[in-house]
Design a protein around this ligand. Sequence first.
Ligand code: ADP
Ligand code: MG
Length: 218
Amino acid sequence: MVLKIRNVTKSYPGQTAETAVLRGVSLDLAAGRSLALTGESGSGKSTLLHLAGALDHFDSGEIEIDGTRLSGLGDGQRAALRRRDVSLVFQQFNLIPSLSVGSNIALHARLGGKWDTGWGTRLVDHLGLSTVQERYPEQLSGGQQQRVAIARALAVRPKLLLADEPTGNLDETASAAVMELMLQLVRESGTALFLVTHSAAIAQMLDHRLHLQHGTTA
Ligand code: ADP
Ligand code: MG
């Protein structure tokens, strides 16, 4: 399993075990598979996604990324694991405005010594970005910008791709198109995709679905 979550609980300061955001969540996600997490606003979707990316601490339970238990790791080890195995895509595309599209896509992969020109070209071609590589993010449509963010995330060949409402800023047509391209790429690369969405239509496109309610997915 690329991602294994067992009975995880999480509360924020001021919350008790009874009012905790997560009150015992478990899930498994295998390489090349995709999982959609749905739930009301405030149900804890982003919290769970952050925990799955080793971006925050949980109170009890266990999370494993590609066989490594997060509970035993110090901050430096967690950061190293994130750099090695995890990529993120958010609703706000978070592109660097002063860098060209091509440089945005390659940046993390180059910094991590993981840039592979063949794979980079495959991503750019598949996502329809080959003619806009010299442009800057502000010169692109929202759908194009999100495709750049997806290319950047996959350029490092992550084991786990975490996406929080990745198409939340796009209209329905652009959203479905971007999702379709992303799903083809995660299958092709063997990346596991854990995606938060409020759209039932998007959730249906993925391999598995979980609904978060009252702190659990039961
Ligand atoms: P969702 O993504 O499903 O909308 P979140 O995971 O963002 O839900 O938030 C779940 C609950 O936890 C909400 O009640 C929110 O206010 C609270 N929360 C989220 N982040 C923090 C934080 N850093 N500190 C305190 N409370 C938080
Ligand atoms: Mg959220």
